[in-house]
Write a protein that binds this ligand. Structure first.
Ligand code: PLP
Length: 384
């Protein structure tokens, strides 16, 4: 077989303005970055609390390497279940107020492994239309029937639940704070529906972990729904500044995942330094609530500023502000222009978002200064 299709496919992506290229980022993940050799303000990172470049995480990683070595040597079920994996899981369970927690190597691996552990052939999985690619792939891998309901539309979700065969296992899966739109799922109504129709609930808190008041435990916890959600999933690589992912829930759920979840079982476990960073991050989000407050204040300022400029931001009230543009080509040109003028605001196109909804995804950090925000708003005004 020839590989001629590769060039054809690349050309097709270029013609549709959907071709992607890696940018070179130098320096750390602070509020300013060197992108492709140019110093710019960073409005494109998930380092929401400024922990990815916090010295406490660096020190914890160095100490862990000195004490436990670099690699974990094997998967968790062989010899890779090290002291720090267990310590982190105890701390995560305490943060989330659950019986147990289990660490995964990434959020992508967690979602693609957990969903097929919970449902299979003959079952039904209900998935929000704007769920992350890893959830979509997890649903597909499960081989359960997939019912995609309109974004946050609980009426359509209920119609689907009513129609599902009584005997099948049912799973509702949603993000809590949506990664590309910055809006919140109607979690309370979803949980009520899950109870009414005897369905399981899995909530992805990738972008909510660390940022919600009062304690950074996430939106489920803020709403007091912890006991009623079967799987609380989250990541360690966004607000927590490191890498990896976790689930929190009942001890029996943890046991089942250890026994059945392929993306947990068949992979080398995360190295000790990564565990140590997450432990340090959990301690920081507990000890420094002012980071969450600073993030909230920055969100409010940028949101008000952008609305005053006439931009549409959808339903976002969070640190993720989707500056809606529509056309992919126009969106990428705007993103490039902003970069030339010193602001990194990544353009997001299909397939990450639905066709016709390309946007600049602006993300705020607790560590953005007032001057940096004013400068960014000036630039957003000049390109509007
Ligand atoms: N879930 C959501 C909602 C995400 O935005 C992401 C982003 O990367 C993931 C899961 C995957 O997490 P990770 O980056 O840890 O693989």
């Amino acid at each position: 077989m020839t590989a001629g299709f590769i060039q054809d496919e690349l050309q097709a992506l270029k013609s549709a303005s959907l071709y992607r290229q890696l940018r070179h980022v130098a320096g750390d993940q602070g509020s300013t970055l060197m992108v492709d050799g140019r110093e710019v303000l960073n409005f494109s990172s998930n380092n929401y609390l400024g922990l990815a470049n916090h010295p406490a995480l660096g020190k914890a990683a160095i100490n862990a390497i000195e004490r436990y070595g670099c690699g974990s040597g094997a998967s968790r079920l062989i010899s890779g279940n090290m002291t720090l994996h267990e310590e982190l899981e105890i701390k995560l369970a305490r943060l989330k107020g659950t019986q147990a927690a289990l660490v995964f190597n990434s959020g992508f691996q967690a979602n693609t492994g957990i969903i097929p552990t919970l449902v299979g052939v003959g079952d039904v999985v209900f998935s929000d239309a704007l769920n992350h690619a890893s959830i979509i792939d997890g649903c597909r891998l499960s081989r359960a029937k997939i019912v995609v309901y309109r974004h946050c539309d609980v009426d359509q979700l209920e119609d689907g639940l009513k129609d599902a065969p009584h005997s099948s296992r049912k799973l509702i899966v949603t993000e809590s704070l949506f990664s590309m739109d910055g809006d919140e799922a109607p979690l309370k109504q979803i949980v009520e529906l899950s109870e009414k129709y005897d369905a399981m609930t899995m909530v992805d808190e990738a972008h909510a972990t660390g940022v919600y008041e009062p304690d950074g435990a996430g939106l489920i916890s803020r709403l007091g729904l912890g006991e009623r959600v079967l799987v609380q999933m989250g990541t360690l690589g966004k607000a927590l500044g490191g890498f990896g992912a976790y689930i929190a829930g009942r001890a029996a759920l943890r046991e089942l995942l250890i026994n059945r979840c392929r993306s947990f079982i068949f992979t080398t476990s995360l190295p000790p330094a990564v565990m140590a960073m997450a432990i340090a991050a959990i301690e920081l989000i507990r000890r420094e609530p002012e980071r969450r407050r600073a993030l909230r204040n920055n969100c409010a300022r940028v949101r008000d500023g952008l609305l005053r400029l006439g931009y549409s931001l959808g339903d976002s009230r969070s640190q993720i502000l989707p500056l809606m543009i529509g056309d992919a080509n126009h969106c990428m040109r705007l993103s490039e222009r902003l970069l030339e003028h010193g602001v990194f605001a990544q353009g997001i196109r299909p397939p990450t978002v639905p066709p016709g909804t390309s946007r600049l995804r602006i993300t705020l950090m607790a560590t953005h200064t007032s001057e940096q925000i004013d400068r960014a708003l000036e630039l957003f005004a000049s390109v509007h």
